[in-house]
Design a binder for this molecule. Structure first.
Ligand SMILES: Cc1cc2nc3c(=O)[nH]c(=O)nc-3n(C[C@H](O)[C@H](O)[C@H](O)COP(=O)(O)OP(=O)(O)OC[C@H]3O[C@@H](n4cnc5c(N)ncnc54)[C@H](O)[C@@H]3O)c2cc1C
Length: 289
């Protein structure tokens, strides 16, 4: 026989604290590049859901205050306990050039559904560099060179558009007609990912080593969407992952030798961190004594 019990008040999962923020974000479209966008579509969970998942082994039924939850999430991130962050999921709709989406969809721990050029006419929007061409040193090329390259870009896109539309007009199937469309053609996708792997995406794709164009998308997702929805989790991510650095063994040895020679100055500066954090920091550098 099916048994149903009504949960006690402290057993009922609370209404997520980010409902109003999610509703605000769901109404916005963030422009990226010349014709791309990021839209937040849906989510599961909030900062509290991560805390609850992490505390399941403690059989704790009390809820942490906002401030306690912040400290707790910070401790999880500091120790590298990222699995509770997988309890939260976010879904986006994005429009990006194919060459950006190709990099994006290398993140295998996400789920994606992309429009197919087999079934819909490509809307023939090609991402333009808007005459901002970067040289191999990352610096802008001279304006006259940019103008010339802009004209070449325009002519090439116009020719490819003609090839595509002419094939369709003559009855070629879309799946074949599209084959000369350039990597700059815009495409759209739904993208769903848990917060742990989204942090991984943000760390990799906001880094200076990532291509500028995908960085633009990643920065918007991180700062405009994830940060307001998960303020404590995002702060922990910024502190212990995004803005943290990791040293190789030899780098750490070099650093230790350096701080050993200037121990007094180090202890004085570390005091600014507070008692617990400064002790932890000095221990890491083997400079506690
Ligand atoms: C600057 C930059 C340059 C790049 N250049 C190239 C390039 O030239 N060519 C290229 O192909 N890719 C390139 N990539 C993509 C890169 O190799 C990763 O595939 C991509 O960044 C996704 O990272 P990830 O594997 O950590 O994320 P996800 O695929 O989301 O995986 C997250 C984590 O899950 C685990 N995981 C996922 N799948 C597996 C698996 N099959 N086996 C074991 N563990 C798994 C790993 O721990 C992984 O870190 C580049 C990425 C960056 C940021």
């Amino acid at each position: 026989m099916l048994k149903i019990r009504e949960l006690r008040e402290n057993e009922i999962p609370p209404i997520p604290s980010n409902v109003a923020e999610a509703e605000r974000l769901r109404r916005l479209e963030f422009s990226v590049l010349d014709a791309g966008y990021v839209r937040f579509v849906d989510l599961m969970g909030d900062d509290g859901a991560i805390v609850d998942a992490a505390r399941i082994s403690r059989a704790a039924t009390d809820r942490l205050s906002e401030e306690e939850a912040g400290v707790f999430l910070d401790a999880l991130a500091r120790r590298g306990h990222w699995s509770p962050f997988e309890m939260v999921e976010l879904k986006f709709r994005v429009r990006a050039p194919i060459y950006v989406l190709r990099q994006w969809l290398r993140h295998r721990t996400a789920s994606a559904q992309e429009t197919s050029g087999r079934y819909v006419d490509s809307d023939l929007a090609f991402q333009s560099a808007c005459n901002e061409w970067r040289g191999v040193d990352g610096k802008p090329l001279p304006p006259e060179v940019c103008d010339e390259l802009g004209e070449l870009e325009y002519d090439a896109c116009a020719a490819l558009e003609t090839v595509y539309t002419e094939r369709l007009r003559r009855g070629v199937v879309r799946e074949q007609a599209r084959k000369e469309l350039p990597l700059s053609t815009y495409s759209e996708a739904y993208w769903k990912i848990d917060l742990r792997n989204l942090f991984n995406f943000l760390r990799l794709r906001t880094d200076d080593a990532a291509q500028y164009e995908i960085r633009r998308y990643a920065k918007i997702i991180g700062e405009q969407i994830v940060k307001p929805l998960f303020p404590n989790a995002y702060a922990a991510f910024e502190e212990h992952d995004l803005n943290a650095v990791r040293f190789s063994r030899r780098e750490a040895e070099t650093l230790r030798a350096f701080v050993a020679s200037r121990r007094d100055e180090l202890v004085e500066s570390a005091a600014r961190l507070g008692v617990v954090e400064s002790a932890r920091f000095l221990n890491k550098l083997n400079a506690a004594k």
